[in-house]
Design a protein around this ligand. Structure first.
Ligand code: HGY
Ligand code: MN
Ligand code: MN
Length: 417
């Protein structure tokens, strides 16, 4: 049996972690080494089945809740609130192999290391993967952890219709992951998530570990534009009600708005669909999504207001109608100061360079922060690239991050308080 102090020398097995990362990446594999496992698709089901098999092989108690979140707990018969880690295994359609999966598989690796070493802890441990973190098929993002934390009623989440018109609850049943565990869940004792930074900061400053202080505010809006289809050759410009032009004007506007507001404001039009989408037809309709983010919630609200004013003027000028539907709106979140300090302390004790920093991306940890002390550990992204098959983090950084997670969890699970 290993006690808390003797476990200071513990390290994860990187080859075992890497083998699981690569095995999971085979599911939904796309060109250039990327992954496509959109939430609740068959690829997501196969990925879930594989990760659950690893949890069961480790002897964890595996619980599936009503929104499909999966939690593996050790000891299997424990009833106390666990120290939890985890993330997500769903991906965007052009994803990499580390976004989300690193947090889940490093969590399994940490538990395997602790169980194998026979470490006795004051608290149980748990590793989770949450449903539909990406929000790319069913908005909003971080949906499963939002329901887990009580931020959205289960029935509202199950009724969500995806961008592909599928109904979330039906897809959850179809893939066999509508579980019995009630939502919202009982709060864990604490939650710490390991994740790739997905941005350029750590690499640019040649740092290894990010002690994440929180997550910036997020606003997603879907805009539906209705104009009038007409002949591209015969219709004078003054007579057009061009939904395609209006969509493009909005995309240009939000780019200009973010540039004018300056960092950390960002704005993205990631989806644009026009109808009938033909070379010689002035578009009758267009739908697009606008993603606005800032660490300052007042500035997120200001950017939403500026967008609404622009759309009203554009609709009037172009003789189109523009309807807005909010898909996601999350205020910035601050992580628990003691958890942030613990991440920093453990990283420094392991001789790793570290920096306190906010997250530009949304994460399940921001929802767990509603129910318990939460924090995150970042490792660098090569060239700051993510949501792209070229997503990459070095083996050394992956291993360093997983070992920081190991020792942060050991400290949280050993502490009596
Ligand atoms: O949208 C996000 O920031 C996350 O990738 N779901
Ligand atoms: Mn992620
Ligand atoms: Mn992502």
């Amino acid at each position: 049996m290993t006690t808390g102090t003797a476990s200071d020398g513990l390290s994860i097995s990187y080859p075992r972690l890497r083998a699981r990362l690569d095995a999971l990446a085979e599911i939904g594999a796309i060109d250039d080494g990327g992954c496509a496992r959109l939430a609740l698709t068959d690829e997501d089901r196969l990925g879930r089945d594989l990760v659950v098999s690893w949890m069961r092989d480790l002897g964890l108690r595996v619980d599936v809740d009503e929104i499909g979140n999966v939690v593996g707990t050790w000891p299997a018969d424990s009833t106390d609130a666990p120290v939890m880690t985890g993330s997500h295994i769903d991906t965007v359609a052009t994803g990499g192999r580390f976004d989300g999966t690193l947090g889940v598989l490093a969590g399994i690796e940490v538990l395997e290391t602790i169980i194998t070493a026979g470490v006795e802890l004051a608290r149980p441990l748990a590793v989770a993967f949450f449903t539909d973190e990406e929000g790319s098929r069913f908005a909003p993002d971080m949906l499963g952890s939002l329901v887990f934390a009580g931020g959205m009623p289960l029935e509202d989440a199950l009724a969500i219709r995806g961008f592909d018109d599928a109904v979330l609850g039906e897809e959850l049943l179809r893939i066999g992951y509508a579980g019995p565990q009630p939502c919202p869940a009982r709060p864990p004792h604490a939650y710490v998530e390991l994740h790739i930074e997905q941005g350029p900061v750590l690499e640019a400053e040649a740092l290894t570990i990010g002690a994440v202080t929180g997550v910036q505010g997020i606003s997603w809006t879907e805009l539906s534009i209705a104009g009038q289809s007409n002949h591209a050759g015969t219709t004078p410009m003054s007579m057009r009600h061009d939904a395609g032009y209006a969509a493009a004007a909005i995309a240009a506007f939000v780019r200009g708005l973010a540039t004018e507001m300056g960092p950390p404001q960002v704005a993205t039009v990631g989806r644009i669909n026009v109808h009938p989408n033909l070379v010689n037809v002035v578009a009758a309709r267009a739908t697009l999504t606008v993603d606005l983010r800032n660490t300052d919630d007042a500035l997120v609200t200001e950017s939403e207001r500026r967008l609404a004013v622009f759309c009203a003027e554009l609709a009037q000028r172009e003789g189109v109608t523009i309807e807005a539907r909010s898909l996601a709106r999350f205020a910035p979140v601050d992580f628990d100061a003691a958890v942030v300090a613990l991440v920093e302390e453990v990283a420094r004790a392991r001789g790793l360079s570290t920096k306190r920093m906010p997250s530009g991306a949304g994460h399940d940890a921001q929802m767990l922060a509603r129910m318990c002390p939460a924090g995150m550990v970042f490792v660098p992204s090569v060239r700051g690239i993510s949501h792209n098959p070229a997503e990459l983090t070095s083996d050394a950084d992956l291993e360093a991050g997983a070992n920081v997670l190991l020792h942060v969890l050991l400290r949280l699970a050993s502490a009596e308080r």
